[in-house]
Structures are given as C-alpha cells and as structure tokens.
Design a binder for this molecule. Structure first.
Ligand code: PHE
Length: 338
C-alpha cells in the first residue's frame, strides 16, 4: 500500500489540469464516491494496526495534495470564466435606466380642459360609445333625412344602433337623468366614417359641455368660453364668434381664436387668415330640452363642443393628426415633460 501511495503522489505531481473539462475528470477520478481516494480509505481500514501510523501520515499527505490540486484548478477556471464572459463590461459606467412612460398628448390636453371647466363649476359625465339613433340624432333635432345620418358619415351597426358621431348624445342622457341646474362636461371618443388624412381620422375625441338653469343666456356662454380659452392659451389670445348652424342649438355659433402658431400673422395652419376655429356652440334648442323631459318655458341652456385633437394640434404645433395614433415613441417622448 505504501508503494501505491508513493506512486500516486508522483502521478499527482505530473497531472496537469488545462481546462474545466480536465478538472471534472480529475474530480471523478480522485474525489468522487467511486474515486481513487475512497478506494484507498477502504483499503486503509484493512491495514494491520501497527502499520496504521506511518501509512496514515502518507495517506494524509496524498489526500491534501489531491484536495489542493483540485481547489487550485477550480479557482483558476472560475476566474477564467468570469473574465471570458464579462471582459467587455466597464463597471464604472452608469447603469442603463428603465424608460418611464409618459402621458399621451391627447390625455394631457383633455386633463387641462377638464381642470379648467372643473374650476368653473362643471362636473364630468360619460356615456356609451355604441349609441342608439334616438340619443345620437332624433332627440337632438336631426330630421330623418339629415345628411349626418348617411352611411357616408356614420358607422351603423344596424338600423337603430351606431357608433356615436359626437358626445352630444351624453348631453341627452344627462338631461333625461337629472333635473336642472345642470352644469357638466362630457369627454369621450367619437367615430365618423371619414377618409383618413392629416386633418381627419375615423375616430377622434371631443369634449362637450352644457349649462342648463333658469335664465341662462348667450352672454353666459360667451363668458364661460372666454374664461376657458384665456386659461388654455394665455391672456393675449383673441376670440371671435361666427354665426353657424347645428340642428340642436339656436342660435348657433362657431368660435375662432387667433392662430397660436403665427400669432395672427398668417400661416398654413390658419390658411393665412390669422384665425382658427376651435369649437361649435349655441343655445340649446327648446325642442331638445323638451325631448329630454325638461320644461323649456322654465329653463334655458347653452352647449358647446370641441375636438381634443384639434386643440392639441394648435397648442403644440402638430401638423398631422395621424401622429397621435401610430404610437411612435419619438413623437410621444416630446411630451414627456408636460
Ligand atoms: N356636436 C357638435 C359636433 O360634433 C359640436 C357642438 C356641440 C356644437 C354642442 C354645438 C353645441 O360638431
């Protein structure tokens, strides 16, 4: 046995471990359960007691050598591995941060508009996007053959049901549900069967508002809208009203503001007029008030409606409406600090 141990010690000297594969072979050969060291310990048990002292010492030397060789090689290949895989990493560089999302520009504008009208005492009302003919058209004085009811403009689901073409349908629902005084705004998505272009999309967003009480006048309407645009676009903004027509308001008007892009000098956005239209409005037609179960002899009211895309385009000089819907993060990132 002594000779065996001495030979082994010699072999260990010559054994070279050059790779992690060699290392694993070495472990299997010497250190595993069926390996040489275990065999030797088994054999040692049979050695007569008087020889155990000397042989024991030698056994320990061999055992330590095997262990040392194994530990040394393990260390070597462990550090090799780390160096190989991570050699390009500069640990002094700042870490890559995860990008935070930001609000969509249309949400930013909607929140601003909502905040302004909330200050003026308006509450918020919502209604369904899939709407019946009565709420979207009939109750609002649209005659049966009105062009807006045409398949060209409206996405019909069947004869009676369509995707709402404006948020005015929520006006109707609110008037049916609650008694005046009513003062509310209705933000929401609306749908129109339009060819998609830089200025039009098949869906967009509106905010509509109504105020119904005793003795509400056109002066109240103008004052409310003045307060809104000054808060939204700044004190210097100029405003004008033009007579217009909507089936559900009488009289009706459209409101223009001085072009925020060229400040009234004339540019492509305002078609060189210095003015841009931002909303429709008017005194709610007594017929509509009556249709919704409110006494038009007792109450009057005004309504207004605007497109959120349009206001956002004017405020931030966005030239193409489609950019709001294609989710290009290069575009959206520009609004991340607002
Ligand atoms: N509903 C109208 C539209 O979609 C806007 C509007 C609302 C006009 C309220 C007047 C009063 O064009």
């Amino acid at each position: 046995m002594k000779q065996k141990l001495e030979e082994l010690q010699q072999k260990l000297h010559e054994y070279t471990i050059n790779s992690s594969e060699d290392l694993e072979n070495f472990r299997l050969k010497y250190l595993s359960r069926k390996g040489l060291m275990n065999d030797l310990f088994e054999e040692f048990k049979q050695v007569p007691n008087e020889m155990k002292r000397d042989l024991g010492k030698l056994m320990n030397v061999v055992k330590t050598s095997v262990q040392e060789k194994f530990d040394e090689a393990t260390e070597k290949f462990k550090s090799d591995k780390i160096e190989n895989t991570n050699s390009n990493i500069d640990y002094t560089l700042p870490a890559e941060t995860t990008e935070l999302g930001s609000r969509h520009p249309l949400n930013i504008t909607e929140n601003q508009i909502v905040a302004i009208f909330t200050k003026l005492g308006f509450t918020i009302a919502e209604g369904p996007e899939i709407e019946n003919d009565w709420h979207n058209f009939s109750a609002l004085n649209f005659p049966p053959n009105h062009p807006a009811r045409d398949m060209q403009d409206t996405f019909f689901i069947d004869e009676e049901i369509a995707l709402r073409t404006h948020t005015s349908s929520v006006q109707v629902r609110l008037m049916q549900q609650k008694n005046p005084p009513l003062r509310a705004i209705m933000p929401g998505r609306v749908y129109r069967n339009e060819a998609i272009s830089a200025r039009a999309n098949c869906f967009f967003h509106q905010i509509e508002g109504i105020y119904i009480d005793k003795k509400v006048s056109f002066a109240d309407l103008k004052q409310t809208l003045y307060a809104f645009v000054k808060d939204m676009f700044g004190e210097e903004v100029e405003v004008r009203f033009r007579p217009s027509y909507f089936p559900f308001t009488e009289p009706s008007a459209e409101m223009d503001i001085s072009c925020q892009i060229c400040k009234g000098k004339g540019c492509n956005i305002c078609k060189h007029s210095g003015w841009v239209e931002i909303l429709g409005c008017g005194m709610i037609d007594p017929n509509v008030i009556e249709n919704c179960g409110i006494d038009p002899e007792k109450y009057t009211g005004f309504a207004f409606g605007m497109g959120i895309e349009r206001i956002t385009m004017l405020k931030y000089d966005v030239k193409d409406l489609r950019t709001f819907f294609i989710n290009d993060t290069r575009f959206l990132k520009q609004f991340s600090n607002l």
